[in-house]
Design a protein around this ligand. Structure first.
Ligand SMILES: [Zn+2]
Length: 445
């Protein structure tokens, strides 16, 4: 009943009060996902032409940058688009207000500080309409996990927001129905309290960073708790490791929907209920997969992910190098949605470790040869501060013995080669970043 009231009464009322149009955008997106790919691509192209022209006319940064390559802001075809320079995090940081549109007062834009976990902090602005469209896109993909407006959600997060004002408390009661577990302080007491809350509130959807959900799952398994049964699980960290996914799905008896986004442009891609790759949010973004030399990668090839957001007129980001690596696809998902899919996200560029000869090792590719193969490793993190040294921090359980240690050492030595020392150390728990995210590998070289 409360769910029904939330969806049909409270939510529309709240929308009216805030002047928000999220529900309208959500309706449009709910329809567009089933349109045929040609129609979706045609509209994506129109929006791309529009935002590029808009950026050229209204943002000093793009005016200058496009002029310098002799481009007049009017895109003729995709080839034309690929001539435009890429935008790096460094350039965003150095650009000051030059990336902002002259059409908006800075005070009217929504400000977000991002990138705390990557070490490159950025301030990004978005106009209000864009912010609402982003929310709607996230809601559409929430629905793929079985969520609907008004449903109760269990969120597992670092630093959960506390409803401190009356307005927020009221909103929380009427609409959001959240219960939280703060992953910064995860221990037996907090998990037991969370389980209690769960049984009282009965959330239908579980939502959080993949690794945080994984940590909760291992706790529940240890405590022998099998009664937390959501209808859907949404994992928002881009790197849902396969071994972690297996544990989560086993403990909660429910498939995980993997979602990929970044704070700068919000939702980029998300799995649907078929789990056959991640549907690209081409209503709102253009996603390119580029080799290091800037040429377009083939489907199946690991490449740099580059995004252009089509809806942010406050601060357009055109050909922005997110810093993640991923694999494109030419397959179609059997769900029948017209949105194309990408194969997978393989990790942050910064999470690729380096061999002595400078070649790269994807952190995530090590997982299968170590974490899943060798008994007794509960969690693991690789940190590289020097080219000739990889530090391995391990959380072990009782099955970990000398043979396992030898195995791990020789496996890593084989991958990195003779020029690299492997140093193992053991801790009770791994450090997480302030946002609660976990990184399997960190390269500071
Ligand atoms: Zn699908």
């Amino acid at each position: 009943m409360l769910t029904w009231l939330s969806k049909h009464v409270f939510f529309p009322l709240w929308e009216m009060k805030d002047g928000a149009r999220r529900q309208q955008y959500l309706k449009e997106l709910a329809i567009s996902q089933w349109q045929d790919p040609d129609a979706l691509h045609r509209r994506q192209w129109q929006r791309l032409r529009q935002i590029v022209q808009y950026a050229y006319r209204n943002c000093p940064y793009y005016a200058q940058c496009f002029q310098s390559i002799g481009f007049d802001g009017d895109l003729k075809d995709w080839h034309d688009f690929r001539r435009l320079p890429l935008l790096s995090k460094q350039e965003i940081r150095n650009s000051g207000n030059e990336l902002l549109s002259r059409q908006y007062a800075r005070a009217d834009l929504v400000e977000a500080r991002t990138g705390g976990s990557t070490g490159t902090a950025l301030t990004i602005f978005a106009d209000n309409r864009c912010q609402q469209m982003r929310n709607a896109a996230a809601m559409r993909s929430d629905q793929w996990a079985g969520w609907d407006i008004g449903m109760k959600v269990a969120a597992i997060w670092g630093n959960p927001p506390i409803a401190n004002t009356l307005k927020k408390k009221l909103r929380n009661f009427l609409l959001d129905h959240f219960i939280y577990l703060d992953t910064i302080n995860i221990n037996e007491t907090s998990v037991k309290y969370f389980i209690e809350q769960w049984h009282k509130e009965r959330p239908q959807v579980l939502f959080g960073h993949s690794h945080s959900i994984f940590i909760l799952a291992t706790f529940l398994e240890r405590l022998g708790v099998e009664t937390l049964r959501p209808h859907g699980i949404i994992s928002t960290s881009m790197q849902l490791l396969d071994p972690e996914r297996l544990v989560i799905e086993r403990v909660f008896g429910c498939r995980v929907i993997n979602r990929y986004g970044c704070e700068e442009v919000s939702l980029i891609a998300c799995e649907c209920e078929k789990h056959e790759g991640l549907h690209l949010n081409i209503d709102h973004v253009v996603v390119e997969f580029l080799r290091d030399d800037g040429t377009v990668a083939k489907p199946g090839e690991e490449a740099n992910i580059v995004v252009t957001e089509l809806i942010n007129h406050g601060m357009p980001l055109i050909r922005y190098r997110v810093g993640d690596m991923g694999v494109s696809s030419d397959r179609k998902c059997s769900c029948g949605r017209g949105l194309p899919v990408m194969e997978r996200v393989t990790g942050r560029r910064a999470d690729f470790l380096k061999r002595h000869d400078g070649s790269l090792v994807a952190g995530v590719s090590l997982v299968e040869r170590t974490l899943t193969a060798i008994p007794g490793i509960e969690q693991m993190q690789l940190v590289q501060d020097r080219i000739d040294l990889v530090k391995v921090i391990i959380v072990k359980d009782t099955r970990f013995d000398d043979t396992a240690e030898q195995w791990l050492r020789s496996e890593l030595q084989l991958i990195f080669g003779d020029g690299t020392d492997i140093h193992l150390s053991y801790v009770a728990a791994l450090d997480q970043t302030s946002s609660g995210k976990y990184r399997f590998s960190i390269c500071n070289v």
